[in-house]
Design a protein around this ligand. Structure first.
Ligand SMILES: Cc1cc2nc3c(=O)[nH]c(=O)nc-3n(C[C@H](O)[C@H](O)[C@H](O)COP(=O)(O)O)c2cc1C
Length: 164
């Protein structure tokens, strides 16, 4: 398996509902290809992880990179030979980190915008943030972060896409 972590920026403001719909469609698509992952959004910047069979991940990534709704789609990290999924619970899920209270609960520091635009380009920061958010979302929604079998790679419910 391989894992990609990448960053992109929305071209224009998008409502939470539209972003949730993108996430649901993504999860339904990814599920067909045994791909799992997670994304966070903050101030119009997305960090996203995709993991699964190499061909599936690369072809999904190409489709995402061509999506005209965002730009500056940069791969931050690409790891092959992955034995264990880090984001296996959902085929895709999304956390909105714009809310300062949620940011503080997930990350521990004070403000979502503290250097976020710049730091989100750092692969270690990005993967760390994705992992923290994923673990937090699993625990807040009582989902097993190490899910296997039928419980792995599920399509999220709206309540799983944390916003506050
Ligand atoms: C930030 C962002 C992340 C996305 N992530 C995924 C994804 O993980 N999987 C996916 O299939 N589509 C994803 N999409 C949507 C794709 O770019 C594309 O619109 C969609 O896959 C088209 O699906 P279709 O070929 O079934 O019409 C994402 C779009 C955006 C803007």
């Amino acid at each position: 398996m391989i894992m990609y972590a990448f960053r992109s920026e929305l071209k224009s403001i998008m409502s939470y509902t539209v972003m949730q719909d993108i996430c649901l469609l993504s999860a339904r698509n990814n599920k067909k290809w045994n791909v799992t992952g997670y994304m966070v959004e903050c101030g119009g910047v997305f960090l996203q992880a995709l993991e699964g069979p190499e061909e599936a991940v690369t072809s999904i990534f190409r489709k995402v990179a061509d999506d005209p709704r965002h730009h500056h789609v940069d791969v931050l990290l690409s790891t092959d030979g992955v034995a264990r999924r880090q984001f296996g619970a959902w085929a895709m899920n999304l956390m909105f980190l714009d809310d300062p209270l949620l940011w503080r609960r997930v990350v521990g520091s004070l403000s979502p915008y503290d250097d976020f635009l710049r730091r989100s380009q750092d692969p270690i920061f990005a993967l760390g943030l994705l992992s923290l958010a994923y673990q937090f979302a699993c625990s807040a929604t009582s989902v097993d972060p190490a899910a296997t079998g039928l419980k792995r790679g599920r399509v999220p419910r709206k309540r799983h896409m944390l916003r506050t």
